[in-house]
Design a protein around this ligand. Structure first.
Ligand code: G4P
Length: 191
């Protein structure tokens, strides 16, 4: 999505450790008209797939998932992060390691929200090493739901999470893929 690439170049800030700050339109502050456009772009990519539900993870995945949900007229479920493991049995759960934050989160979704009848589109804001998406795929597997594909707004291609999932056969789309990021420059993958 050309407009997203332009926005990243204009408003993104490169932080140490290969981190891109996009707090003024995607994360902390949401550019709502642009978020609407990204949701419509995702809807166009996955139209006619028979999706029944969108799944994301708190916190920053929620706005873009909801935007896609409006555009596709679908419910959005978000996984919650818990420090402790869930033992009550009423949730699907899996452990997700965050390379960026260097911590582990037990990720949980109530069993009533995803079932084996669901065809799920997984949506997140960033795709880096792919741990969050792998965790959400595992949740779908536990539910017996079909994973139609995964979408990220921004994929950091150099951290390989997206390509590893594509190699496994998953449909993974990203609105912008950063192929390389130096201290001062950002280069996008041609799509
Ligand atoms: P992964 O899920 O793809 O493996 O990513 P990783 O563990 O490395 O990233 C963990 C968190 O950091 C995720 O948010 C992810 O969205 C975010 N993240 C990764 N790289 C960047 C980046 O370059 N810029 C920004 N702004 N965020 C990045 P999270 O832990 O789920 O936190 P949040 O959604 O509550 O913010």
């Amino acid at each position: 999505m050309k407009k997203l690439e332009e926005k990243i170049l204009k408003d993104g800030k490169i932080l140490p450790g290969g981190v891109l700050k996009v707090g003024n339109f995607l994360n902390q502050q949401i550019d709502t008209p642009f978020m609407k456009e990204m949701g419509e772009e995702i809807a166009e990519m996955f139209k006619d797939t028979g999706a029944t539900k969108i799944l994301t993870i708190e916190a920053s995945g929620i706005p873009i998932a909801v935007s896609a949900g409006f555009a596709m007229n679908l419910p959005v479920v978000y996984a919650k992060k818990n420090k402790t493991s869930n033992i009550s049995g009423d949730c699907y759960s899996t452990m997700v390691h965050s390379f960026t934050h260097g911590n582990n989160n037990n990720v949980i979704v109530g069993k009533e929200y995803i079932s084996s009848d669901d065809k799920v589109l997984i949506v997140d804001d960033f795709l880096a090493h792919g741990s969050a998406l792998v965790g959400l795929i595992e949740i779908c597997e536990q539910a017996g739901a079909e994973v139609l594909g995964c979408v990220a707004a921004i994929e950091k291609g150099f951290q390989m999470g997206g390509d590893k999932l594509r190699e496994k056969g998953y449909r993974v789309e990203s609105l912008a893929i950063i192929e390389e990021m130096t201290d001062t420059e950002i280069y996008f993958r041609e799509q």
